[in-house]
Design a protein. Sequence first.
Length: 300
Amino acid sequence: SQSLGRKPFLSPDQHGVCTNEATIIEILAHRTIAQRQSIKEAFKRSVGKDLPDELRSELTGNFEKVVLGLLMPAPVYDAYELRNAIKGAGTDEACLIEILASRTNDEIRALRTCYKTEYDRDLEEDICGDTSGMFCRVLVSLLTAGRDESTTVNEVQAVQDAKELYEAGEARWGTDEVKFLTVLCVRNRNHLLQVFEEYRKISGRDIEDSIKREMSGCLEDVLLAIVRCMKSKTGFFAERLYKSMKGLGTTDSILIRVMVSRAEIDMVDIKAEFLKMYGKTLYSFIKVRSNCHQSWFLKG
């Protein structure tokens, strides 16, 4: 069938890829990841060339980034984004935080494996080489994929956790950051929601407000990301998208990463949450604020 990549993707002489953007959008944007892998295989069978390599040589800029991202399986894309965040002169800490704070245990295990396979490097070693202190320790904890993913809430433990967090932060001079790591990186979501409720009762503050008061820099950012993902993962990503487009310029790298990585997971819910939070559709917001080729798979 045409949707599996023969004629629409080929140039008239049957030797290369069609670079008509409308055609590429039509074929890739409305397919599942599995279907896009089939398209890659069909293309290779038909012309004996690798589709991503062909597209890489023909496309440029953000459109190239989106299209190549859509052709990668999810853990390969995560590994690719993490590698780009680490290599080079600076470190994109926000990318490390976004991915590691939001992925499930299975997703983290898969991306670690892909990172090793694709780059012959150990992700934990690379992160430890580029980050330090308690921020590094939180990322390493998240990388172990050791979060309890049950739905059980231990009421007594929740009260104890809330009390210990309060005593580790607001109630003392200085902050016992390890306690925040232990609770926020290990407990399951339902339990943490109860902890946050108990914390508010004890301290009179939202846990996010306390983290902002007690922490700073990347450590503050990663702990806030964990809390926000526990409260509402779709809300976390809606906010990421909004902030990437708010103000003078658009942070296309964030926009592309969230759109590509969440496309088949919870983008429908993120769109609904975005509308609820900001009173505008994500599609209209992106269309007005970004030159990026992102709005095409938000229609409908």
